[in-house]
Design a protein around this ligand. Structure first.
Ligand code: PEP
Ligand code: MG
Length: 556
């Protein structure tokens, strides 16, 4: 019998296929005692397993490149954490087997992390994955991860670890569904980068029986279990129509009546550039430079290394616009040498621009590297700061850019409600705004972006979030300046029309979403987008806002 479930659609497209669950290793090795003379051998086994898993994660990262690489390398470092290894050694010395010692040491570390603040909710899944890999290797059982199958399937998991999403084969994995995660979690961002349809935050996903046929609509978040032939045909037709519309639409982003809305790409480094170029990105709207910093948790990358990475991205868009975001460390992206370790609530602590103002030498090196990278290139360089709270923040950032001799436009990200409320004041100091709707939603609704249980509040269709977008765009217009969106909201084609109607001047997203947004935007006039925006803002919930905008655009 056909049933329908509803999660949160985070990556467009329709996938129809059989459920395959993510493999999990035997997770709890028995607690048996070993004789003292075996301890040294067991310690050797544990070390070997740790090294092999770290090497495997690093190799997967090298293969994947881009944002995925940084995440996998961070996991490789977790595996080799000296304190964890010392704890494993200690446990073996008092009689544990290697696998049990690893299991218990990670459990202790996990507890420490879980009690240490919010951002670690996201890190715990990564840590569990590292533990499972080491334990599986020691037990000689298959690695947890993507199922072994020659037939295409829909992957279902509690949460997807970056190590798995990074290497998903899009020809075998038709789509994926997870029980945890929100629209702005790492898994969702990586799914979009891969271009596979995905639905997250689906309660009970783990109970879908292996082999059941499901249809996943990554645009609406609907999952049809045992879909009827009519439903399959309906979804396939809709997907084929979408695909045809996609290939028919090329060129710069614009509404049906020619109102231009540049479509830009979000990148994490040079490895993401080819997909952006192929998708027809008109430039880069968000270069997340922190991924360059995650390689080494103890030091910033050298100026030379930064110049090289920035230059590779800048060179890919001659005559195009490249918006580089300076380092956004802290909260869900902590760096040992910059991020305070004792904050009770890291998302509300020293992160983003606050970190850089506390470490002006790091900001100076980054800005100098950018100035050098742009030298002699015909690119429109724009540089922006994350987590700007007020005019003083914006001024401090603009001063630092001027002092570094940077010839570029300086801008501020709007990620904190105060920045949206006082957009005009901030624009006295900088030349453009870019809305980071992921964090803006997190702070507007007091809802951690890593936590699946509050994903309802992370929905960028929330009218309160749309109000803040409108305030920012209106402020920028009044100052004769631009206001783009570079958060995940820009990658939802319908919402992209609404954002355009709210007065947003450019949209930046993962490369895979660009064709969808371009095709949808081209169907409607600016006046229709404005009417849809007004209808969405008049609604009382995200769902009603989406329906109201859809009704206006489809002329109901
Ligand atoms: C955002 O917060 O919307 C954003 C674009 O930045 P990040 O997702 O990297 O925090
Ligand atoms: Mg942000």
């Amino acid at each position: 019998m056909e049933t329908t479930l509803r999660g949160v659609g985070v990556s467009h497209g329709v996938a129809i296929g059989e459920v395959r669950h993510m493999g999990t290793a035997v997770l709890e090795p028995p607690a048996k005692q070993i004789p003292a003379e075996d301890a040294e051998r067991e310690q050797g086994r544990a070390r070997q397993a740790v090294e092999a898993v770290a090497a495997d994660l690093t190799a997967r990262g090298n293969l994947a490149g881009g944002e995925a690489q940084a995440v996998l390398e961070a996991q490789a470092m977790m595996a080799q954490d000296p304190e964890l290894i010392a704890d494993v050694d200690r446990r073996i010395a008092v009689g544990s087997t290697a696998e049990r010692a690893v299991y218990d040491a990670f459990a202790a570390y996990r507890e420490l992390l879980a009690g240490a603040g919010e951002y670690l909710a996201g890190r715990v899944a990564d840590l569990d994955d590292v533990r499972n890999r080491i334990v599986a290797r020691l037990l000689g059982v298959p690695m947890p991860g993507v199922p072994d199958s020659d037939e295409p399937y829909v992957l279902v998991a509690r949460d997807l670890a970056p190590a798995d999403t990074a290497l998903l084969d899009p020809t075998l994995v038709l789509g994926f569904v997870t029980e945890e995660g929100g629209p702005t979690s790492h898994s969702a961002i990586l799914a979009r980068a891969l271009g596979v349809p995905a639905v997250v935050a689906l309660p009970g996903a783990g109970e879908l029986a292996e082999g059941t046929v499901i249809a996943v609509d990554g645009s609406t978040g609907d999952i049809f279990v045992n879909p009827s032939d009519e439903k399959k045909a309906e979804l396939e037709t809709a997907a084929a129509e979408r695909k045809a519309a996609l290939s028919a639409s090329t060129g710069p982003g614009a509404t049906a009546d020619g109102h231009k809305v540049p479509l830009l790409a979000n990148v994490g480094g040079p490895a993401d550039v080819p997909a952006a170029v192929e998708a027809g990105a008109e430039g880069v709207g968000l270069f997340r430079t922190e991924f360059l910093f995650l390689d080494d948790s103890k030091n910033a990358p050298t100026e030379e290394k930064q110049v090289e990475a920035y230059r590779q991205v800048l060179e890919a868009f001659p005559e195009g616009r490249v918006v580089v975001r300076v380092l956004d460390a802290g909260a869900d992206k902590p760096l040992d040498f910059l991020t305070p370790s004792d904050e009770p609530n890291p998302a509300l602590g020293v992160r983003g621009l606050r970190t850089l103002l506390d470490h002006p030498e790091v900001l100076r090196t980054q800005l100098t590297a950018l100035a050098k990278a742009a030298e002699g290139l015909p690119v429109y360089l724009e540089v922006m700061a994350p987590m700007v709270a007020d005019r003083a923040d914006a001024r401090a950032f603009a001063d630092a850019c001027r002092e570094a001799g940077l010839r570029a436009k300086f801008g501020a990200m709007v990620e904190i409600p105060s920045a949206a409320l006082r957009a005009r004041s901030i624009l006295q100091e900088v030349e453009f705004l870019s809305l980071g709707t992921n964090d803006l939603a997190q702070y507007t609704f007091a809802a951690d972006r890593q936590v699946g249980a509050v994903s309802r509040l992370q929905d960028p269709w929330q009218p309160a979030l749309l109000d803040l977008v409108a305030l920012s765009a209106e402020g920028a217009k009044a100052e004769g300046k631009s206001c783009g969106v570079c958060g995940e909201a820009a990658s939802d084609p319908l919402l992209a029309c609404v954002l355009t109607g709210l007065g947003v001047t450019s949209l930046s997203m993962g490369a895979a979403s660009i064709p969808y947004v371009r095709a949808t935007l081209a169907k409607y006039t600016l006046a229709q987008c404005e009417r849809a925006a007004a209808a969405a803002r008049a609604a009382d919930s995200a769902e009603e806002a989406r329906e109201a905008a859809q009704a206006v655009l489809s002329g109901e």
